[in-house]
Design a protein around this ligand. Structure first.
Ligand SMILES: Cc1ncc(COP(=O)(O)O)c(C=O)c1O
Length: 384
């Protein structure tokens, strides 16, 4: 095992990704910098058109980040005070933040023990007469049963908004993330499958009126092509020109990178077969883009610490479900046992497209060794 101490495995390899696109990006950046073109312009419009086409939607509206994509979408749909919005509790807090910032109330729902995603049944259980929408989260790169969720939403008269921040290119029955709901919201935070060189985001939709409201909201409520006609209380949430160039360069490689992620996940499954490691399952109708390599392990704290000692960087997405976070506890209604149990067991292993199969093997060998060395829980308690 001593070799492992010298060969650490990073959680995410952004340097290799940047190196791959540097020749596309740096000359364009240089020119834009010298010309002073920083806000709007053809690169933003080109990326918006490319992103809409990729997602299979009519429109894409670039914004400053994924949280704004969610917040502005809820606002543009007229969701606010007096409304409830259902979302799964096991998500990044931005999902819940957007609901509260829009003035609505988050209704947290539990998830499937297999996929850790919202299900038609957990959605139905969270709906009340005040519920106006469901914010479906495609966590870890996978979409839930969108047909079942759409049926429950139709029955209850709910709008569907997709939080697709972790699912660039994921599909459900062949249809891409972002193209199911009234709108799909993306983050292009650097670590995402499609990431900018800083913060960026976008909303995709087929609804021309919604797209127009979003364009107005992101630009200080300006409308009608006039710089001084402010028809709505908007905000400043534009996609930077420099970021649009990076996103277009990476979009050309996204499919290939997602294929590499899938191959690395297959290797993880093979390398950890027969151990106590439990993978998040991918439903037969879903294609995951494996934003994160999440597994469930016993004695997570000890496993994570031991892996760290062996040079394997890991993460936890997310250790506290939203309904148990101090910021959102006032919205907690009932225990959500599946998400609560998962929060204590989940561990995100290193994963990014430039990771080598050899690095995956090293992680698997280290994890096997750590699991074999675990003391049974009863013994641990006795010692303590
Ligand atoms: C599920 C989810 N929703 C929303 C966001 C918010 O995106 P951003 O960080 O770009 O605001 C993220 C990104 O971190 C996320 O993972």
């Amino acid at each position: 095992m001593t070799g492992f101490l010298n060969e650490s495995v990073p959680f995410l390899d952004l340097k290799s990704m940047s190196a791959e696109i540097a020749d596309d990006v740096l000359p364009a950046w240089r020119q834009m910098f010298l010309e002073g073109q920083f806000v709007g312009g053809p690169p933003v419009e080109i990326f918006e058109a490319e992103w809409a086409e990729y997602c299979g939607t009519e429109h894409a509206i670039g914004v400053a980040n994924g949280t704004d994509a969610l917040l502005l979408t809820l606002r543009a749909l007229g969701i606010g005070p007096g409304d409830e919005v259902v979302c799964p509790t096991n998500t990044f807090v931005a999902t819940a933040e957007a609901i509260v910032l829009a003035g609505a109330v988050p209704r947290f729902a539990d998830v499937s023990p297999d996929t850790l995603l919202l299900t038609p049944a957990t959605l139905r259980a969270a709906v009340t007469p005040q519920t106006r929408a469901v914010l479906v989260v495609h966590l870890y790169g996978q979409m839930p049963d969108m047909d079942g969720i759409a049926a429950v939403a139709a029955e209850a008269g709910l709008l569907i908004v997709e939080d697709a921040a972790q699912a660039h290119g994921a599909t459900w029955r062949g249809r891409r993330a972002g193209s199911f709901g009234a709108a799909g919201c993306f983050s292009f935070y650097p670590g995402k499958n499609l990431g900018a060189a800083g913060d960026a985001g976008a909303v995709v939709t087929d609804d021309a009126e919604l797209a127009e409201r979003l364009r107005v909201l992101r630009n200080h409520g300006r409308s009608g092509g006039s710089h001084h006609s402010h028809t709505m209380v908007g905000t400043n949430s534009r996609l930077d020109t420099l970021q649009a160039v990076v996103l277009s360069a990476k979009l050309r490689r996204l499919e290939g990178w997602n294929v590499l992620r899938r191959a690395l996940m297959d290797q993880y499954r093979e390398g950890l077969a027969g151990t106590a490691v439990r993978f998040v399952e991918v439903a037969p109708d879903a294609t995951s883009v494996h934003h994160l390599a999440v597994v469930r392990v016993p004695q997570r704290a000890q496993v994570q610490q031991e892996l760290g000692r062996l040079g394997i960087a890991t993460g936890i997405h997310y250790p506290v479900p939203c309904h148990q976070c101090p910021a959102f506890i006032e919205y907690a209604r009932e225990p959500l046992p599946v998400a609560e149990a998962a929060a204590d067991e989940i561990l995100s292993l290193p994963l990014s497209p430039h990771m080598s199969l050899d690095q995956v093997s090293r992680v698997c060998t280290a994890l096997r060794e750590v699991l074999e060395g675990l003391q049974p829980m009863a013994e641990v308690r006795h010692v303590v």
